[in-house]
Write a protein that binds this ligand. Structure first.
Ligand code: 13P
Length: 253
């Protein structure tokens, strides 16, 4: 097996130069499992990416929170995948539910972004997840498999993809999915990948969970066999993010 535990910190639209320095200082001083045991990726807003990249310890990587769907040009306000590559930013988060909901990014648009970013050599954290209404209507698997299918239809190689299952009802709400709820969806996603992509991809792709992860709930979630890590929002701005990184050690038990 050997899926390396993955912990991403999505800072969303937060931070000042001084706050960024403070968070990076905490990360740089932390005693965490080695890069063999956990892959840590920090995702500040675009404007802070060069600052974070310059200051951050070398065993942690950085990610952008978005990228334009094709080659740059006359797209005011957008940031292209080529620019991220030029700045040596290795990762990008795509399809976050906040962008899907607020900026009306469709499954197809997100999939086009994933395909384009991969084609430029970026590694992608691709986000999927259902709303509360969809969960209550029993549509969770339909929704997440449609989101995943849109991506699967447009990419041939999953090596540089991490799939982030982030139920919308759990994001920023303090209402975390139970370990059983997360495990069920992750396991179903793996079965979907077996049936629709390949058993090799199903076995090797990391499926991480996001939505109100904190120091208090991360260990139990990390203990689930199909939870390969986390995408953390609010808690990634706080020192407790270190404890979340350390939950990687649960996999060794
Ligand atoms: O959206 C998320 C990470 O991308 C999760 O956010 P919270 O951890 O703040 O719920």
């Amino acid at each position: 097996m050997g899926r390396k535990f993955f912990v991403g910190g999505n800072w969303k639209c937060n931070g000042t130069v001084a706050e960024v320095k403070k968070i990076v200082d905490v990360l740089n001083g932390a005693d965490v499992p080695s890069a063999e045991e956990v892959e840590v990726v920090i995702s500040p807003p675009f404007v802070f990416l060069p600052q974070v990249k310059a200051l951050l310890r070398s065993d942690f990587a950085v990610a952008a929170q978005n990228a334009w769907v094709k080659k740059g040009g006359a797209y005011t306000g957008e940031i292209s995948a080529e620019m991220l590559v030029n700045l040596e930013i290795p990762w990008v988060i795509l399809g976050h539910s906040e962008r899907r909901a607020l900026l009306k990014e469709s499954n197809e648009f997100v999939a086009d972004k994933v395909a384009y970013a991969l084609g430029q050599g970026l590694k992608v954290i691709a986000c999927i997840g259902e709303t509360l209404e969809q969960r209550e209507a029993g549509e969770t698997m339909t929704v997440v498999s449609e989101q995943t299918k849109a991506i699967a239809d447009k990419i041939a190689d999953w090596t540089n993809v991490v799939l982030a299952y982030e139920p919308v009802w759990a994001i920023g709400t303090g209402k975390v999915a139970t370990p059983a709820q997360a495990q069920e969806v992750h396991n179903n996603l793996r079965s979907w990948l077996v049936a629709n992509v390949s058993s090799e991809v199903a076995e090797s792709v990391r499926i991480i969970y996001g939505g109100s992860v904190n120091a208090g709930n991360c260990v139990e979630l990390a203990g689930q066999p199909d939870v390969d890590g986390f995408l953390v929002g609010g808690a990634s701005l706080k020192p407790e993010f270190i404890d979340i990184i350390k939950s990687a050690l649960v996999k060794k038990c």
